[in-house]
Write a protein that binds this ligand. Structure first.
Ligand code: ADP
Length: 314
């Protein structure tokens, strides 16, 4: 079997975390990048590329190096002539709760799929076996850029490739909820694997049940919908019967939750890796839960390479 080609489309930023000694520790993270990292760690056989934009400065060099260090290729990482990467500062309050301040309004990634963005990236997306993107990817793009991305995704589908999507709804990324709904609704008919978190879907669409959430994706044409609900359960929704088939699986219990940042992203990465390797959706959910369980036992979205758990099914 030839190695599957995966392209993850989104933004990665410089992460600044204040250490107890007052110094700022740097790292690189962003929802789609986090998923690409865990996908590649769990599917080393896959060719994983990160489609984004960075600058030509030292911080951008560091980001490209962090991408390469994970075995993810940078062929689709465009160097903007005068913009640089976004950054965010992580604050931790006295109870250990984390909050984030973003500086990303004029990041290079916002210029993805603009007039200057290389057409080779569209070709890479069109030729991929699997493309991964999120609602955050959509939120950073202007409408014309989104249309260009959608055109590339249509070609992915026409070529037999799959498209995985997590709505990752973050209200601050959008002017209003209707804008988010419009953008997400445009991508829905192209999605084959939906990986939403119930909390996000409730905020975005006002869903009253997992079934309602699953139904929306299935009706739009998805083959599988995996609805995550934090510590409680994960539901697999598949087409079938009048209302689709729902199959709820308990989430792996985690004794000590340190930081839930990146839980959903890491779940998605390990889930997709398992599916690429031919695992069933249930086994892939087990792989996703196991990976997320490790990630939430550590501080930060990306745990050191040696801590990343691998599922025997993945
Ligand atoms: P997101 O990070 O996108 O908000 P969720 O909170 O739904 O996503 O979590 C994603 C996955 O992470 C869950 O399906 C589960 O596997 C795992 N997870 C998250 N929080 C917990 C928790 N408190 N205990 C155990 N697993 C968790």
């Amino acid at each position: 079997m030839t190695a599957p080609i995966v392209v993850a489309v989104g933004e990665c930023m410089l992460e600044l975390v204040r250490r107890p000694d007052g110094l700022l520790q740097t790292g690189y993270a962003g929802d789609v990048f986090n998923t690409a990292v865990y996908l590649k760690r769990h599917a080393p056989q896959a060719t994983v590329g990160f489609a984004s934009a960075i600058g030509r400065d030292e911080l951008s060099d560091g980001l490209a190096e962090a991408v390469r260090a994970e075995g993810i290729h940078t062929e689709h990482l465009w160097r903007h002539p005068d913009r640089t990467i976004g950054l965010y500062l992580v604050h931790t309050d006295d109870d250990g709760e984390r909050s984030f301040t973003y500086y990303r309004d004029s990041s290079a990634a916002r210029e993805c799929f603009s007039a200057h963005y290389p057409a080779e990236v569209d070709e890479g997306i069109a030729a991929a076996d699997l493309v991964y993107l999120s609602g955050i990817t959509l939120s950073i793009l202007r409408p014309e850029a989104r249309s260009r991305l959608l055109a590339a995704l249509r070609r992915t589908r026409a070529n037999g490739g799959r498209i995985a999507f997590d709505s990752n709804y973050r209200p601050r990324g959008w002017a209003c909820r209707d804008d988010a709904r419009t953008a997400v609704a445009e991508v829905l008919p192209l999605v084959t694997i939906a990986l939403p978190s119930m909390d996000d879907e409730i905020q975005l669409w006002g869903d009253h049940s997992v079934e309602e959430c699953g139904r929306r994706y299935l009706d739009a044409g998805a083959d599988e919908v995996i609805v995550k609900q934090g510590a409680s359960e994960v539901t697999i929704c598949k087409p079938g019967g009048k209302r689709g088939e729902l199959h709820a699986l308990a989430t792996r219990r985690v004794e000590r939750v340190v930081d839930t940042t990146g839980a959903g992203d890491s779940f998605n990465g390990a889930y997709l890796a398992a599916r690429l390797a031919g695992a069933s959706a249930s086994d892939a959910v087990a792989a996703g839960s196991a990976c997320a369980a490790t990630v939430i036992g550590h501080r930060g979205a990306i745990v050191p390479m040696e801590s990343s758990s691998r599922s025997p099914n993945a």
